[in-house]
Design a protein around this ligand. Structure first.
Ligand SMILES: NC(=O)c1ccc[n+]([C@@H]2O[C@H](COP(=O)([O-])OP(=O)(O)OC[C@H]3O[C@@H](n4cnc5c(N)ncnc54)[C@H](OP(=O)(O)O)[C@@H]3O)[C@@H](O)[C@H]2O)c1
Length: 277
């Protein structure tokens, strides 16, 4: 099978060039997989326009959404839709003069492929859910293809995201739970890190030291599980001796229903995502 690679001649339009769009596109520009002159982005405010023109390290094309020039984006074969979901109503699909097989990839939380297809009927619409660690090249991206997405378009989309994330392909009904685990997950992990380091603080450790110990302990635990191919119960048994310190800690967590609270937190995030859809 022919693998569709990125080509420096590919024209890429980005509707909304905020934190997440920058995190996806900047590594591609850094690695010269795409050329800045072939990137066309649209933002809402004068402030963002000036900021990108003056401070963004790559000289991409940037327009204000209410300008005549911004219409050029509709001629790019590939569009990344990366505005906030509440601004979707402000976007109107433009006339497409140049190409056939136009692809629009949306990273908007809770906006279904069906809704995207109604709004952008001239496009093959794809939905991607990605998470904030893409900013450091360690993201996770779940993708659901539209009914008419071609093999070529799928390969192209994967090439865009694989620079910053691992890619998982799902039917759309799994995207809510994927979002709950991977997009809300970093906040839950941050809360766990914060709480455990407050425990260290209570025992007299300085805050920064306590936080670093917790983060290194988490990284070490993950490495151990992965390298030794342990399951989580095996790891737990490894460090829990009869009448010891760890079982005392685990008893408190069980008494406070922490396990159940964590399960319910993911279910709640997934349900909320379904409500948005
Ligand atoms: N943040 C996360 O952790 C995360 C993770 C995964 C996915 N997402 C999704 O990614 C999307 C973007 O999030 P973000 O954090 O990157 O948002 P953001 O930083 O606020 O960026 C939004 C961008 O959209 C532009 N915009 C607003 N209205 C527009 C319009 N009518 N036409 C063109 N551009 C317009 C904004 O321009 P101005 O700056 O001029 O207003 C800005 O460049 C959201 O839909 C979110 O659900 C976010």
């Amino acid at each position: 099978m022919l693998i569709r690679d990125l080509s420096v001649t590919d024209e890429i339009a980005i509707i909304g060039f905020g934190n997440i769009a920058k995190a996806i596109i900047t590594p591609l520009l850094n690695k010269k997989l795409i050329e800045p002159e072939n990137v066309y982005c649209v933002v809402k405010s004068e402030k963002s326009l000036e900021n990108i023109k003056n401070n963004y390290k790559h000289k991409i094309n940037v327009f204000k959404s209410d300008s005549k020039e911004s219409k050029i984006i509709w001629d790019c074969k590939f569009k990344l839709l990366s505005i906030k979901p509440q601004h979707l109503q402000d976007i109107t699909e433009g006339d497409i003069m140049k190409n056939k097989d136009n692809l629009l990839v949306s990273i908007l939380a809770g906006v279904s492929i069906n809704r995207l297809t109604q709004k952008f009927p001239k496009h093959s619409c794809v939905r991607a859910v990605t998470n904030i660690p893409i900013t450091v090249g360690k993201g996770l991206t779940g993708i659901s293809w539209g009914a008419n997405t071609t093999e070529d378009q799928k390969q192209f989309t994967k090439k865009i995201f694989e620079n910053t994330s691992k890619i998982y392909e799902f039917t759309e009904d799994y995207l809510d739970i994927f979002l709950a685990l991977t997009s809300s997950g970093p906040a839950i992990i941050a809360l766990i890190i914060e709480s455990l380091s407050d425990g260290g603080l209570s025992g007299g450790l300085p805050k920064r030291l306590s936080e670093n110990l917790v983060m290194d302990m988490i990284l070490g635990t993950i490495s151990l599980i992965k390298e030794k191919k342990l399951n989580t119960s095996e790891l737990k048994n490894l460090v829990t001796s009869p009448g010891g310190t760890t079982i005392s800690a685990l008893r408190v967590l069980e008494k406070k229903s922490v396990r159940s609270a964590l399960i319910e937190s993911i279910v709640a995030a997934s349900n909320r995502s379904k409500e948005f859809s």
